[in-house]
Design a protein around this ligand. Structure first.
Ligand SMILES: Cc1cc2nc3c(=O)[nH]c(=O)nc-3n(C[C@H](O)[C@H](O)[C@H](O)COP(=O)(O)OP(=O)(O)OC[C@H]3O[C@@H](n4cnc5c(N)ncnc54)[C@H](O)[C@@H]3O)c2cc1C
Length: 403
């Protein structure tokens, strides 16, 4: 199979995801937004459809469709709703996939199936108020031993998507506060643990579909059995989680950019200015051409990264390339849509305001390693200073879809 030529299965998966997005998400978006409540039901339905379980073995409830199909589904759902599309991070990658890649059999059996089936909501918490780019250096949250069978977590985490409405998460804390990277450990944390408190952070995104939270940890007890991998291994766990999480960011960005392009095309064909449809003006055509080609290029980089993951290869480099380029593509597409919309760009009564697309572009440029950090990684790799794929951390379980 070539990534330039999707298989019949990829096409069927895309069709199914598109119908789901248009029939089960789109008609309900306004109602969900008004109710200001998280739509647990749609997450459960997407779990039942096998959307989140693409990269998981059947024995743990997965559908084994693989990474390229995951990217395709994520793109289609995000085209209709960036908020619901963003659940793919916690439900399909950074939480259950990290547990699958690093957990014990008991941890996997207990935590993975309910997450990928959409019965439980996940969260991933690395960032702290001191900054996300230098996550290990700025980490102040402490995990100290509490007897032989537990840890107490104390500290303050920031920007933990979904944490306040979630059940289970992967959270990072220092077991050795004197060390930087080697002092970090990863824990599976249940949100009903005593001492686990969240506070919502208002944002300019789809706030009720993808809410963000701070987490305040005060003597929050976690059993020793919930340590993920070994003490001091947390930074490797986090970086590997982000390599995989960085597949859903570009897939989401491509889906949202595609939505911007489709709106721009509709508007260019409807709006008449100076006796001509807007799309007949060549300066406007330039914007449409740039959007079209950049989105296609971002899609190909994303599919390449997914394709290599389907071959079981290490993909830190390809994850960075696709994340960086797709987030910039969405940024450019949202700016182009704003230009094409004219005054309408600032109207809040529009079905989906342009300012919200720009906010999503900002999130995709910042989240999972900001653009500057991706550029540093990419340039050091190109200059030959550091091979981006040097850690060679791959995935652990084979899938039927493996190439
Ligand atoms: C809505 C939202 C949801 C999020 N969800 C999660 C989540 O679920 N889990 C989680 O752990 N985190 C989450 N994050 C956090 C996100 O990953 C961080 O915002 C990101 O890592 C950047 O950290 P920061 O915002 O603290 O910026 P900082 O680290 O303070 O950086 C600020 C700016 O400086 C630039 N910069 C930093 N270092 C360098 C350098 N060496 N050279 C040049 N420029 C540099 C960065 O590119 C950035 O633009 C979320 C963030 C948002 C906004």
């Amino acid at each position: 199979m070539s990534i330039y030529d999707l298989t019949e299965e990829n096409r069927v998966v895309r069709e199914r995801a598109r119908s789901f997005a248009e029939e089960e998400i789109s008609p309900n978006l306004a109602r969900w937004e008004e109710s200001e409540e998280f739509p647990y039901d749609v997450v459960r339905r997407m779990g039942e459809e096998g959307f989140y379980g693409s990269c998981f073995p059947e024995e743990y409830g997965g559908s084994e469709l693989g990474f390229l199909n995951l990217a395709i589904v994520c793109e289609e759902i995000s085209r209709v709703s960036p908020g619901i599309g963003s659940t793919f991070n916690a439900q399909a990658m950074t939480v259950p996939f990290t547990i699958l890649n690093w957990g014990t059999k008991q941890q996997i059996e207990r935590y993975v199936p309910p997450l990928i089936q959409g019965e439980k909501i996940g969260f991933f918490s690395l960032t702290e108020p001191g900054g996300g780019s230098d996550a290990a250096g700025s980490m102040k949250t402490r995990a100290s031993r509490d007897g032989a069978d537990g840890y107490l977590l104390d500290g303050h985490k920031k920007w933990a998507s979904l944490a306040g409405i979630a059940h289970t998460g992967v959270l990072f804390a220092k077991t050795d506060p004197e060390a930087t990277h080697k002092g970090v450990s990863a824990f599976i944390v249940e949100t009903d643990a005593p001492g686990f408190v969240t506070r919502k952070i208002p944002t300019t995104l789809d706030m009720h579909l993808f809410p963000s939270f701070e987490i305040l940890l005060e003597d929050c007890r976690v059993p020793s059995g919930n340590l993920l991998s070994d003490e001091g291994d947390g930074f490797r766990v986090a970086m590997n989680a982000l390599d995989f999480g960085r597949l859903t960011i570009p897939a989401r960005a491509v889906g949202v950019a595609q939505a911007c392009l489709e709106r721009a095309v509709d508007f260019c064909n409807e709006r008449v200015v100076g006796g001509h449809r807007l799309g007949e003006y060549q300066l406007i055509q330039g914007l449409i051409a740039d959007m079209t080609v950049q989105i296609e290029a971002a899609r190909l980089l994303t599919y390449k990264s997914a394709h290599l993951k389907d071959r079981g290869e290490a993909t830190t480099r390809e994850s960075a390339h696709s994340k960086y380029f797709a987030a910039e593509t969405l940024w450019n597409a949202a700016q182009a849509l704003a230009e094409i919309y004219g005054g309408r760009a600032v109207a809040l009564e529009d079905e989906y305001p342009v300012s919200r697309y720009l906010s999503w572009a900002n999130l995709f440029r910042t989240g999972e390693g900001p653009q500057n950090i991706q550029r540093i990684l990419i340039s050091e790799d190109t200059l030959g200073f550091k091979d981006a794929n040097r850690h060679n951390i791959k995935r652990r379980f084979p899938l039927k879809s493996d190439l």
